[in-house]
Design a protein around this ligand. Sequence first.
Ligand SMILES: [Fe+2]
Length: 147
Amino acid sequence: MRGVVCKVCGYVSLSENDVKCPVCRSRNVFGIKENAYKMLDVEAPIGELEKKHIPVFTIVEECGLISGSVCLDVHVKIGEVTHSMFPEHFISEITFYINNRFVENVMLTSNVNPAAVVHLKDSMRGKIQVIESCNLHGRWFSEVDIK
Ligand SMILES: [Fe+2]
């Protein structure tokens, strides 16, 4: 997919109006990049690379972490077949967006599982998007609608 990408850190903007990169804080560094990320082709059979890279969502309502607050946790693991986490081949980043706006970036080392969570206020609903980054196979996109 064509995307708007920070030329300093590689962050993919889904809003097209960002001036400042929310990850590396650089200003006026966005440019168009062909093949900025990959996503599932719903009309093609799912391949082995897709099975290991497409983010998979689990939604958890009201986890109780912040007392007195209604919340929504979005758990993401990479992928349907769990991606490897070896130093030479691992998931290095998982970025969360809501309605095309950045909300969280999680940097990973090969010492952890290929997964992350964003803990949202209950009022934050809509399209939750994730782009993960594999050090060998690039960035992969998936989204889920939360009513
Ligand atoms: Fe990979």
